[in-house]
Ligand binder design. Structure first.
Ligand code: NAD
Ligand code: UGA
Length: 462
């Protein structure tokens, strides 16, 4: 019995990525009574987790990893041994959009996720609780259960859903103080028993009223819906930014006025170049695919529009640059300030900067790129892209001799630069396209810049 109890104090997470690493570090930090092992097939990534230079940049993460690593937090590539030892297995592998076959471009690619199920069957020699941490389509737990129950060792696997709601750049504080934790389980006796064990982990630091126990399908669907609704707000305000530009209304004023309605609220109403990140687009497309699968055409088209509007916002930003730089950017140098999909992360997955950068290159512009944390990932994203691209460690050098700056990421430090110095070093007339509406536009205009915000009147000397 004690052995049985101990095994549920051994937690494994398969997948040491942006979610697996931080979530497990937070659990290790908050639950000294548990041992947490994070395993991955990627040897380089695991080596980085075990080094002084973690594989991802996330404020506050270094401190909690340093504190727990080697005590009750371990990173390994020995997946078989970790599966054997642990009673609770979180699965946090990537679930990207499928790029091939049926459902290509919409459905989730579940091959990595299924491989973990097969590894669990192969190496487990006692019962386990398997927890979906990855974002998955509704009813994925059913498929996972079927695969696991096909084992010939007579083992029982309870499959739960515990989706992650943290955002990059604020992962540590989101994990330490979540709005809610969702634990979905099959409504059977053993399912509910397993659910209690997962709830008990979070109860070490999350107030009980913030831990929601639901059925497994509601849990899976809630994750997709939360992301779809957050992205929908951004697409909504971005659509309004286009109307503002035609009518001299100011999208920041509209956003503030609308967001002050208590029922609407102020968050996720910041207009810009469009949302990026590895999940919003993929999760909405996943929802669209599910709706199509169930014959819900109107519902599918409704959500699809959130993604289409986001693509439109990327294109609109580029068109605006071209139009205002005398209808051509060919041969002109444009400095991209920021390549990460948002501030405080080095992650560039689905970053608007990729699409905007590529469109500008197609127009034969030359790109100078600066980002405080995402330069290496930017290089990978644009590796096979034709055109003239240079990367800079210093923003002032990046802007030198360029015709325009396109600000694409909301890094706070961008607001603090010496723009007089930058202006003096640029080709004239100098343009600044503030894709995040975060600079002091009046000040820039006074310095001599032609300033183009998103969703409000430009300030031009021309
Ligand atoms: P990621 O690509 O950073 O990490 C996934 C890791 O899984 C990789 O290191 C990969 O090597 C590993 N992996 C793949 N197959 C494996 C296998 N068979 N065995 C062992 N390891 C394997 O992805 P991520 O950003 O951490 O996202 C993981 C999941 O979490 C996705 O479903 C995503 O939608 C969801 N999610 C992500 C975020 C986020 O902010 N990134 C937030 C909430 C939810
Ligand atoms: C998002 C969700 O916020 C998390 O709850 C979720 O767990 C995660 O997706 C996921 O499932 O991966 P993340 O993508 O890390 O988190 O970052 P967000 O802060 O949501 O930003 C997403 C994108 O929207 C960024 O490009 C950001 O710049 C943009 N954004 C955000 C806006 O353009 N306007 C806003 O008002 C807010």
């Amino acid at each position: 019995m004690d052995q049985e109890k101990d095994k549920y104090r051994e937690i494994l997470c398969i997948g040491a990525g942006y979610v697996g690493g931080p979530t497990m570090a937070a659990i290790a930090d908050k639950c000294p009574g548990y041992n947490v092992t994070v395993a991955d097939i990627d040897e380089k990534r695991i080596a980085a987790w075990n080094s002084d230079t973690l594989p991802i940049y996330e404020p506050g993460l270094d401190a909690i990893v340093k504190k727990t690593r080697g005590h009750n937090l371990f990173f390994t590539t020995d997946i078989p041994a970790a599966i054997k030892k642990c009673g609770i297995i979180f699965v946090s592998v990537n679930t990207p959009t499928k790029t091939f076959g049926d459902g290509a471009g919409k459905a989730a690619d579940l091959q990595y996720w299924e491989k973990t199920a097969r590894a669990i069957i192969e190496y487990a020699d006692d019962d386990k609780i398997v927890v979906e941490k990855s974002t998955l389509p509704v009813r994925a737990a059913e498929a996972m259960s079927r695969i696991l129950q096909s084992n010939t060792k007579g083992l029982n696997f309870e499959v739960l859903s515990n989706p992650e709601f943290m955002a990059e750049g604020s992962a540590v504080s989101d994990l330490e103080n979540p709005d809610r934790v969702l634990v979905g389980a099959m409504q059977t006796r053993s399912g509910i028993e397993a659910q209690k064990k997962i709830v008990a982990i979070y109860a070490n630091w999350v107030p009980k009223k913030k831990i929601l126990s639901t059925n497994v399908w509601s849990s899976e669907l809630s994750k997709l819906v939360a992301n779809a609704m957050l992205a929908q707000r951004i697409s909504s305000i971005n659509s309004i930014s286009a109307i503002c530009e035609k009518t001299d209304a100011d999208v920041n004023e509209v956003s503030k006025a609308v967001g002050m309605d208590n029922r609407i609220g102020p968050k996720f109403l910041k207009a810009g170049v469009g949302f990026g990140g590895s999940c919003f687009k993929k999760d909405i497309l996943n929802l669209v695919y599910l709706c199509d699968h169930y014959g819900l055409d109107e519902v599918a088209r409704y959500w699809e529009q959130v993604v289409l509007l986001n693509d439109y916002q990327n294109r609109r930003f580029v068109k605006n640059i071209i139009l205002n730089m005398f209808n051509t950017v060919a041969g002109k140098k444009i400095a991209l300030f920021g390549f990460a999909f948002k501030a405080d992360t080095g992650d560039t997955r689905e970053s608007p900067a990729i699409y905007i950068g590529k469109m500008l290159l197609e127009e034969r512009a030359e790109l100078n790129i600066f980002d405080p944390k995402a330069l290496e990932n930017a290089k990978k994203e644009l590796k096979d892209t034709e055109g003239k691209i240079e990367y800079f460690e210093d923003p002032y050098e990046c802007a030198e001799n360029t015709h325009a700056i396109a600000l694409l990421t909301d890094w706070k430090e961008f607001a603090d630069y010496d723009y007089k110095r930058i202006f003096d070093s640029m080709a004239k007339p100098a343009f600044i396209f503030d894709g995040r509406n975060m600079l002091d536009h009046k000040k820039l205009f006074k310095i001599g810049f032609n300033v183009f915000p998103v969703g409000s009147e430009p300030m031009k000397h021309l």
